[in-house]
Each structure stands twice: as C-alpha cells, then as structure tokens.
Write a protein that binds this ligand. Sequence first.
Ligand SMILES: NC(=O)c1ccc[n+]([C@@H]2O[C@H](COP(=O)([O-])OP(=O)(O)OC[C@H]3O[C@@H](n4cnc5c(N)ncnc54)[C@H](O)[C@@H]3O)[C@@H](O)[C@H]2O)c1
Length: 256
Amino acid sequence: MSLQNKVAIVTGGNSGIGQAIVLDLARQGAAGIVIDYVVHPEATVELEKEIVKLGGRAIGVDADVSKIEDLQKLVDAAVKNFGRLDIMVNNAGIETRTSVLDTTEDQYDKVLNINLKSAFFGTQVAARQMIKQGGGGRIINITSVHEDWPMPGNTAYCLSKGGMRMLTRTAGVELAPYNILVVGVGPGAVETPINLSTMHDPAKLQKLNSAIPLGRMARPEEIASVVAFLAGDGASYLTATSIFVDGGLMQSSVGL
Ligand SMILES: NC(=O)c1ccc[n+]([C@@H]2O[C@H](COP(=O)([O-])OP(=O)(O)OC[C@H]3O[C@@H](n4cnc5c(N)ncnc54)[C@H](O)[C@@H]3O)[C@@H](O)[C@H]2O)c1
C-alpha cells in the first residue's frame, strides 16, 4: 500500500489506460482519486463503485481538460473532497490520424488543446496547489512512443506528444526545487478504445504485433503499474525524463 494518504487526479480517467491507472492507484491505497471524464458518466459511476469495493474513495468530475477553468475545477474537487493533491496524471488524449497535408485547423486545434495544452496547464494548476501545501508531488504525463518517433499520417498527434516531452523535461527542472517530480510515460500500442480499428482488423493487428519485439499489444494494466510505481516512494529520484513502456517497439528493426 505505497500510496497511503496520497490524493490523485487522473484526466480521461473513465476508459482505457486512465481507468486502469485509477484502479491501480486505488489498489496501492490512494486516499482519494478524482476521476476526470467528458463522456460516459455511467462508466465513471461504475468505476467509483469498484474503488469503494477496493476500500478507496473516488469522485467523478465532468471536466474538459482543454479548458483551464475545468482543470482548476479538478484541483478544487481534490482539495474539497480529499483535502490535498499529491499526484496529477495528465492522461486524456485524442488523435485524428491525419497527415500534414490533410489536417484541418479544427483537427490541429483539438489535438493540441486536448493533448498538450491540457498537460501544460494541468501541470501548472497541480504544481501551484502542491506548492501551496508545502511542496512535494508527482506529475505524470502520458505521452507515447510518438513523443520521439515519427508516425506518418498522425502528424498533429506526434507534435502534441513531442511537446509533452519538452514540457516534462522543462517543468521537471523548474519544479525540482519544490520536490515536484515530472515524468513522462510513453506507451507503445495498448489495447484500448483509441486502437479499436486496428484491434478489429486481423491483417493490421498481425502487422503491428510482428513489429513489437514482445509480439503483442500491451494491456492497459501494464501501463498503469508503471504509473503507480512512478507515483510511489520507489521513484523518488526520477524526474524530467520519460519511461517507454512499449514492448521494445522503438528499438525494433521491423517497420510498422
Ligand atoms: N492506446 C495506445 O496505444 C496509446 C499509446 C500511446 C499513448 N496513448 C495515450 O494514452 C492516453 C489514453 O488513451 P487510451 O489509449 O486509454 O484511449 P481512450 O480513448 O480510452 O482514452 C482517452 C481518454 O481521454 C478522454 N478525453 C478526450 N477528450 C477529452 C477532454 N477534452 N477532456 C477530458 N478528457 C478527454 C476520453 O474521453 C478518454 O477517456 C492518451 O493520451 C493516448 O494518447 C495511448
């Protein structure tokens, strides 16, 4: 129970990787979890019930992470319901699978606002609260192998994740004097709703699996366990860097 007395916010917390993170933080004994969501309130209610069964406490908050006032609403909910904030997981994200030639201004703005602007201001509002409490805290940005690795045909997504890479490094250095650690977690291919089209296409799935040295996509729980480690005492000397959880994908010589 390494996260006893710790209070967390997980953005995009009611599906996929976010949901698995919420559950793992609860299993590690987190004292309170704010589950951010924008769709499927019923999934959030079910998740809250699961956390109560695990002996934890959680509250769902409907908040659009591309808006600063909604990010502040998440921090206010953590403080009001659980008294403090220790762990901020900037997880919410979308992609458009469009190239530099065909991405529209609207698609660009959506991807950059939901992925990158949210992580920037999520870091800001969380760090301000952590400093107000006396310092100390963890900010974990869910990036992607595409923070570093180009994915032709998904340009705005790669740009947003590359921005999160530098946000992690720069904010990690700026916030180190307050003992607020900032780390990126870069998943490879994970079995979540964002990948349904690949998961339901046997030819695409086989091609993907053959490019991954471990031979398969990750389960969301395999990303969540790394996040839970980074939130705990065992990761007290890790900051301003990224951990890739990709089954070896970035080192593979088999192209996608
Ligand atoms: N699945 C993968 O293969 C993979 C790989 C690398 C990185 N990631 C990253 O992991 C994160 C989680 O993705 P996932 O795979 O679990 O897919 P997902 O679609 O299940 O999760 C994305 C979540 O973000 C939420 N969201 C979207 N717009 C939002 C907004 N404006 N405000 C608040 N929440 C919003 C969605 O409702 C959803 O809950 C994303 O940042 C994604 O880029 C996923």
